[in-house]
Design a protein around this ligand. Structure first.
Ligand SMILES: [Mg+2]
Length: 182
């Protein structure tokens, strides 16, 4: 049961994704969450760090799309005109994401999902049938009551995940961690 929530990869942040990773895994489209994945909740616009990541994706031939449960205003302000995005996605629901994928002609077999939450992002990725890149939250949100409970449950699930694959820190793909890290 808990395996349902296990990501395919787990990184400290998108900065830790190794060079050549996307090409190696045939990923040409990356659907990313915004809040606490690319930037903190407080950052209305992409930070220099996020912009550098966007540039990197472009250089590696990866098209970025955004899928957020946040409001239209938040998502549109962040994405600008150039990045396809869906707001109020209702993750783990996938309907709005599928519509965006269809519109942008995204192939499921060339696509990965990136996010910071197991019960929304990871589950959405599983439902879409695409691999999941989990990243640690940009900012600790445990102080908020609902998030605290959610993060505790996530920790429990991730502890098992990390134990099973003997990954100390947070860099590999389950099952093929060592190969992937070479
Ligand atoms: Mg998030």
């Amino acid at each position: 049961m808990v395996r349902t929530f296990w990501p395919d990869w787990y990184f400290e942040s998108y900065n830790a994704i190794p060079e050549g990773f996307f090409k190696r895994h045939g990923i040409k489209y990356l659907i990313s969450d915004i809040d606490n994945t690319l930037v903190s909740y407080m950052d209305r616009l992409p930070t220099p760090n996020a912009l550098a990541f966007f540039k990197r994706l472009e250089e590696e031939g990866v098209t970025l799309l955004l899928a957020s449960n946040n409001s239209k205003k938040r998502v549109r302000t962040f994405s600008g005109k150039d990045i396809p995005s869906v707001y109020r996605a209702g993750k783990p629901a996938t309907t709005h994401i599928r519509i965006m994928m269809h519109k942008e002609k995204v192939r499921y077999d060339q696509c990965a999902f990136m996010g910071d939450q197991l019960f929304t992002d990871c589950l959405a990725a599983k439902r879409l049938g695409i691999p999941m890149i989990l990243v640690k939250p940009v900012k600790n949100d445990r102080a908020l009551p609902i998030f605290g409970i959610k993060r505790d449950l996530e920790s429990l699930i991730l502890r098992k995940y990390l134990k099973e694959y003997s990954i100390n820190c947070i860099q590999g793909r389950r099952g093929i961690a060592s190969k992937d890290l070479e």
